[in-house]
Each structure stands twice: as structure tokens, then as C-alpha cells.
Design a protein around this ligand. Structure first.
Ligand SMILES: N[C@@H](CCC(=O)N[C@@H](CS)C(=O)NCC(=O)O)C(=O)O
Length: 250
């Protein structure tokens, strides 16, 4: 698709040579697209974002599994946020999103898998569907019983597990890794759709998420999302509260 015909074109800072600019097909509000965007920004890789048709049920499918994100880097196409992030890691190794130490690297990959396979599949995706897609896009009632069940029976063990794993600013080591990008990206959507992390119950998780959202690359991605958040009528006030708390804690 010619760049100017794209539903949305977002250049990441200055444009270098055209062949250096990768194309990310995805939605800026999607958990998995954000992983790729944050990774590209962190690594100073220029990208353009092409948003497939909205709303989700009628998207044009850019990938074999019909999911977003998908990457196009000149002649090379790739799907799956983790595969794409690891491709970008090899394309531009510094700064790294995977620690060199083998156990730390394994741990980062584990949290990335947990973010997708457990946090997203069991909490964020069903809540997104029941809170946004069902009532606002498909115009069918939300399943209140299911939402309640997620809060009471599913969420506590997942949030509790994460709370137990946080010991400092990042999940692994002393810099942002794929683990933080994947986990925090889920919580951004969780909060966009109107839910808050109970900081009295999960104080480490709350503080950790604030820190990741304030990371420069993550923060830039979130700034770029502002117009899309507004269009979808989502709530980004938690990010203002983050900076409010940050200013007064400084
Ligand atoms: N394992 C895949 C999951 C991708 C995924 O579930 N993407 C969602 C959006 S976050 C999707 O494409 N949903 C259908 C749609 O938006 O059309 C990855 O990491 O990329």
C-alpha cells in the first residue's frame, strides 16, 4: 500500500532513507502493537504505523494469523509481537530489550509469555471485549457476570503473582526489557478501559507501572496514542495522575 494511502501514517521523528523506515501494521491502542512501537522507539528505529481498517471485526488482515501487529521491513514481512520485537533486537541490538545474562534473559522471555498467554488472554482481552467491543462496537450487552468473575476469580492470582515478582523499577535487571514492555502494555489497556490497579492491595505493581509508563520510550508511545484514546472515548487520566504523583514525590 502506498504510504500516503495508509489509514494512518505516523513517522517516528526524523525520516532517514526510505528503506530504513519499517512499517508496523497495527492499532496504537493494541497491547501487542504497543510492544513493537515501544521497542522501535527505544532503539531509535524509524517506523510508520499503518492502521488496518476499524473496527476490529472488519479489519483488513495484514498477517497470516489475521492478528496485529505485522511488520514490513522492505521485502521482509513478519507477524507476532514477540517475533517482531526479537527481529528488531537483532536489527538494532542497542539498547537491548533482552539481558545478556542467560537466566535474566530467560526470565524476561517468561514474563513476555505470561503477559500474552495469561494476563492478556485471561484478564485484559476479555475485559476489553466486554467493556468496549460488546457494548460500543457490536452493540450487545456486556456479560456482567463474566466481568465479575474475572475480577473475583481470575485477576487476584495474576496481579498477586506479579506483585510477588517485583523488586524495584524493572521486572528483570536494571533497565527496561521486553518483560516490562509486554506486562505494562497490558496494564495500559486495562486502565484505558476504565479499571484501576488497587495500589493498596498491589503497591509494588502500582509503583512499577508508574515507573514504566514514565520511561522515555514508553512515554513517547503513550503520547502518540493520545488522539486515538480520545477518538475511542477511553480514559487516560491515570497517566496524568502518574505525573501528578511523580511531581510531588520528586
Ligand atoms: N501473539 C500475538 C497476539 C496478537 C493479538 O492477539 N492481537 C490482537 C490485538 S492486541 C488482534 O489482532 N486482535 C484482532 C484485531 O484487532 O483485529 C502477538 O503477540 O502479536
Amino acid at each position: 500500500m502506498p504510504v500516503r494511502d495508509a489509514a494512518c501514517l505516523m513517522a517516528n521523528r526524523r525520516i532517514r532513507k526510505e528503506e530504513d523506515v519499517i512499517t508496523i501494521h497495527g492499532d496504537p491502542l493494541s497491547v501487542h502493537t504497543r510492544k513493537v512501537i515501544v521497542t522501535a522507539i527505544l532503539k531509535d528505529i524509524d517506523y510508520q504505523l499503518v492502521i488496518p481498517d476499524r473496527p476490529p471485526p472488519s479489519r483488513r488482515k495484514p498477517s497470516p494469523d489475521e492478528l496485529i501487529p505485522a511488520l514490513q521491513d522492505n521485502d521482509f514481512a513478519l507477524t507476532d509481537s514477540t517475533a517482531i520485537c526479537l527481529y528488531l533486537e537483532n536489527k538494532q541490538p542497542s539498547p537491548t530489550i533482552l539481558p545478556g545474562d542467560i537466566s535474566a534473559c530467560g526470565r524476561a522471555l517468561w514474563f513476555n509469555a505470561y503477559a500474552d498467554g495469561t494476563l492478556f488472554r485471561n484478564v485484559v482481552q476479555p475485559l476489553f471485549y466486554q467493556t468496549i467491543v460488546a457494548p460500543k462496537i457490536r452493540r450487545v450487552p456486556s456479560d456482567i457476570k463474566l466481568i465479575d468473575q474475572i475480577f473475583k476469580e481470575v485477576q487476584p492470582s495474576i496481579f498477586g503473582y506479579l506483585e510477588s515478582q517485583i523488586d524495584g523499577q524493572f521486572l528483570v535487571g536494571d533497565a527496561m526489557t521486553l518483560a516490562d514492555i509486554a506486562i505494562a502494555s497490558n496494564f495500559i489497556v486495562y486502565q484505558y478501559i476504565g479499571y484501576n490497579v488497587d495500589v493498596a492491595r498491589y503497591p509494588k505493581l502500582g509503583k512499577y507501572l508508574r515507573g514504566v509508563a514514565e520511561n522515555e520510550a514508553f512515554g513517547k508511545a503513550l503520547d502518540n496514542e493520545k488522539p486515538f484514546v480520545a477518538t475511542m472515548g477511553l480514559d487516560r487520566s491515570f497517566l496524568d495522575r502518574f505525573s501528578f504523583i511523580h511531581q510531588f514525590a520528586a
